[in-house]
Design a protein around this ligand. Structure first.
Ligand code: NDP
Length: 676
């Protein structure tokens, strides 16, 4: 049988396997079926192609244009899911596993596309945080900004998620405006190769934005600069080796690592048998042990239960695991497929033996288990294995040995402090979960373990129906963990995009910062004297365009009328003596909402026009009380514009209300949707 040729995509060309190619075997049959790798790959040309062609093209686009590009890529991949599923069975993954890897990866890309449109500007500079006041009179300010790195992102991925592993890194990288060279693990690179082909053939990406190395990357890391990023997922050993590269150290190349992690799940003391939490715990643990045959960086490796419940958990978990049908992942009845390779199987069994030195195997026998539709001899199958460690305090290997398969160890705790101490013995994890209905337990565990975890997942009867699962990293939330988990962080919404950008503190005048950030800053020039801004279309309005209104005097009748009309007869508006006893007020004051209503009356342009809707109001502050006889006027300035569709866009207005002495009475941001 001829082997499938798994190519690389280098400097604009597909490069077939050549010298140094490795053979890849099916996880199900052990038969070699593909080959990948070519030691003649010109890695220098790849880096240059990314830096000189891909990077400039991506950086020319705005965040919104890149977000639209991500959406189009995700839609294209969605249209080819079946082909990806079909190929991915060879990795040993079941259809349910594909939903996590393939659908999960595409879903992650959609989320970044949407976050890019909603949370990032339609420009080239991302403003990080608020303005900083650096001067008494506001003529010198500070603003942190993020701009894309000028280099290339090297993504080195693990074998377990050939699609999600690529897309969860690629989406934030492309959104940032940085080209990527993706290097999947060789064992499952054929699935990644197909996904890359689909994306490249769609023509959506600019040239140089995405390249692929199937097989080894040669000496690519020796050519990196301070503008490049390495994002790695895999074993701690490889991470250590790669991050020690002298070029990476000398050039301070960013190195993001996500590696082995001895994640824990804690059963709260309240979650005794008979409670919904106990059943939930057993379900979550069993699912985490068997999904992807336990080859998940977030899988539960250590099960931490009250001493009094250990027996009950072993019993319930064993009953559940016994129902896990192991077999050919293509069979609909199969619940757990194979490990990715016979090498991985040997590794898992060896690690299980190490764990077995400190813990007793209480479920699963790797020498005696059934496999449907395939054979245990050539396929990389192992059964779920549950160990019980009776003395977790004096054990070491159960806390530091990751058997990257369906293997987990249960250990008992005396009290919550003990549970926390055991969990933290993992020396840094991607995730710890806690199943409890008791908020005090949750508080103690979070405070005790958060410093050791990238994510803490709390679940109970209230959230169990909609919860996303202990093992699912979500694009909205950070993924990564301290210490043993690699010390890296990925995703977490826009935070994940920032890993591929440089944060720079910019100091300057309001005029400079306004123009740089495409966002009006108080103190920057105002554009006055044009037609009423509500008569001007989205495309006609300029940042800084300002309307100053006439003033209006507030009378006691106004306050009375508003109070009785709305029902807001709070004493500060109605009772002069009571209001005067309040340290904030001189006597009866106007309602803040009355002032806002009058402000709208002052600035509005009543005729039908380009303003379609008032969609919100942000950051409202009342600074000075207004009493009967005071007058107010409004300044309305275009602060920021965000195009939403071809037909309309959002205008953010900076609004200030001042009194007859020009003192600021109120300040807020008004949002309107305006026709293009
Ligand atoms: P590795 O660390 O061996 O490989 C991870 C990635 O690094 C692969 O793409 C691999 O490529 C690449 N790589 C390996 N050596 C080098 C090198 N010298 N230069 C550049 N790239 C290199 O992990 P595996 O995926 O093989 O899994 C081994 C163990 O790692 C598992 O048993 C498990 O314990 C752990 N693991 C942890 C994961 C996690 O997310 N926490 C995920 C997967 C694995 P290639 O395949 O071509 O060698």
């Amino acid at each position: 049988m001829s082997l499938q040729q798994i190519s690389s995509f280098a400097a604009g060309q597909w490069v077939a396997p050549g010298n140094g190619a490795r053979t890849i075997a099916s996880a199900i049959t052990g038969e070699p079926f593909a080959t990948a790798g070519n030691s003649a790959l010109d890695v220098q040309a790849m880096l240059e192609f990314a830096r000189n062609t891909g990077g400039p093209a991506l950086r020319q686009m705005t965040f919104h244009q890149r977000a639209k590009m991500l959406k189009a890529l995700a839609q294209t991949l969605s249209g080819h899911k079946q082909a990806l599923y079909d190929l991915s069975f060879n990795t040993g993954a079941t259809q349910n596993d594909h939903l996590i890897d393939i659908d999960g990866g595409i879903g992650t890309m959609f989320v970044f596309a949407s976050k890019g449109r909603r949370e990032m500007p339609d420009g080239h500079v991302y403003l990080d945080g608020d303005l900083e006041q650096l001067s008494r009179n506001g003529t010198f300010l500070g603003q942190h900004i993020c701009t894309p790195l000028h280099g290339v992102a090297i993504h080195i991925n693990a074998f377990n998620f050939p699609v999600w592993g690529m897309l969860e890194k690629l989406a934030p990288t492309l959104l940032a405006g940085v080209p990527a060279i993706v290097k999947p693990a060789t064992n499952s690179c054929y699935v990644t190769e197909l996904a890359v082909r689909i994306m490249l053939e769609s023509g959506i990406l600019p040239a140089g934005a995405l390249q692929l190395v199937s097989g080894g990357i040669g000496d690519m890391l020796d050519h990196l600069t301070c503008q490049d990023v390495v994002s790695f997922t895999g074993s701690a050993d490889t991470a250590l080796k790669l991050r020690q590269n002298p070029v990476i150290l000398n050039n301070s190349v960013r190195f993001v690592a996500e590696q082995d992690s001895l994640n824990a799940s804690i059963l709260g003391p309240d979650a005794v048998p008979g409670t919904p939490e106990f059943d939930l715990f057993v379900k979550e643990v069993s699912r985490e042990m068997t999904t992807k045959a336990g080859q998940k960086c977030t899988a539960i490796r250590r099960i931490i239960a009250p001493d009094t419940q250990v027996e009950a958990v072993i019993e319930a978990l064993s009953a559940r695991l016994a129902k896990t049908t192991i077999g050919d992942p293509r069979l609909e009845t199969t619940r757990m497929g194979a490990l990715v390779s016979s090498g991985q199987k040997a590794d898992v069994l060896a690690k299980a033996d190490i764990i077995g030195q400190e813990a007793e195997r209480v479920f699963g026998d790797p020498t005696a288990f059934d496999v449907d539709g395939a054979d245990t001899k050539n396929g990389a199958f192992v059964p779920p294995m549950l160990f019980h460690c009776a003395d977790p305090d004096n054990a070491q290997r159960v806390h530091d040995t990751e058997a990257f398969g369906p293997v987990s160890t249960i250990m008992g705790y005396r009290d919550l402090d003990h549970a926390i101490a055991i969990a933290n013995r993992g020396q840094g994890s991607l995730v710890t979960s806690l199943i409890t209905h008791d908020t005090e337990v949750a508080q103690n565990v979070v405070i005790g373990t958060a410093a050791y975890n990238g994510r803490i997942y709390i679940n109970d009867r209230d959230s169990m129906k909609e919860s996303t699962g202990h093992g699912s990293p979500l694009p909205h939330m950070v993924h990564g963990g301290p210490g043993r988990a690699g010390g890296g962080e990925e995703m977490g919404g826009v935070r994940g995009v920032q890993h591929y950008m440089q944060r720079t503190a910019i100091q300057g005048s309001p005029r400079m910062l306004s123009s740089l950030g495409k966002k009006w800053v108080p103190g920057a020039p105002e554009i006055q004297g044009l037609a009423h801004p509500f008569t001007r279309k989205f495309g006609e309005l300029s940042i800084g365009e300002t309307l100053n209104t006439a003033s209006r005097t507030i009378t006691l009748d106004d306050i009375e009328h508003f109070a009785h009309f709305t029902g807001d007869t709070f004493y500060a508006h109605m009772d002069d003596d009571a209001a005067a006893r309040n340290p904030f007020f001189p006597g009866r004051v106007a309602h803040g909402y009355l002032l806002l209503s009058f402000a709208a009356g002052l600035f509005v342009e009543p005729n039908e026009g380009p303003v379609l809707a008032n969609t919100g109001l942000d950051g409202l502050r009342f600074m000075k009380p207004v009493v009967a006889g005071d007058s107010i006027k409004v300044r309305l300035t275009v602060k920021q514009k965000t195009q939403r569709t071809d037909e309309y866009g959002e205008v953010r207005w900076h609004v200030t209300l001042t009194n007859q002495d020009d003192e600021m009475v109120a300040e807020y941001e008004l949002l309107t949707m305006n026709a293009y």
